[in-house]
Design a protein around this ligand. Sequence first.
Ligand code: PGA
Length: 252
Amino acid sequence: MRTPIVAGNWKMNKTVEQARVLVAELVPGLQAISGVEKVLCPPFTAVMPISAMLTGTGIGLGAQNLHWESSGAFTGEVSPAMVKEFCQYVILGHSERRAYFGETDETVNRRLKAALAVGLTPIVCVGETLAEYEAGVTADVVIRQIVAGLKDLTEEQGRVIVIAYEPVWAIGTGRASTAPAANQVIADMIRLALAGIFGKETAQLIRVQYGGSVTAANAVEFFSQPDIDGALVGGASLKPADFLQIVQAAAR
Ligand code: PGA
């Protein structure tokens, strides 16, 4: 009922020249896979050239952030309309932005509303840190991030968004969560919080990805879980063969 979605988060990697090489390697393989939504999220500098390469391929393009204001004196920022010129998706509230760049639930909420207003599909990241995980407060953290991050959204907007559950301790560490544990957080905490906001029916329609050390080897296990609808992939999205295997594993 929910179409799985796999997005590659390239983070701060790839010059335009390198990005072109990676996309050229990915496109034929990605085009051959159906039954899954495919998204590439290069750094801003590569967004425009890559958008030209993806036109007509059925592969989506996403940015890794945006600012909530529509224009003005915000040196270094990129507006929702600027992103929308080339992209269909945007990653919001990634844990690296929360940890290093002062992102809060409140700023995630502003960016989210601004992204929705221009017609982008936001991928909203939530997840607990290692300290929070060890303290046993995962539920408090992810429910707070969902409730505050999605504040004031309409049910109609709720249907559009994608959530990425990414335990911070699993990102870039090679220490992925186990598939059943990730599924439990998504089913019992995230979907429950979504149901509280939008109602049960809508909560069942919203796609929730897992992210954090997803590899070609463990992807099948994650995607066999009933509440995991694809993945947000960092490191492995820079390796064409691995990323293609992950996308293939998600196809329904
Ligand atoms: P990773 O990153 O796959 O390298 O762990 C995931 C992410 O940060 O989205």
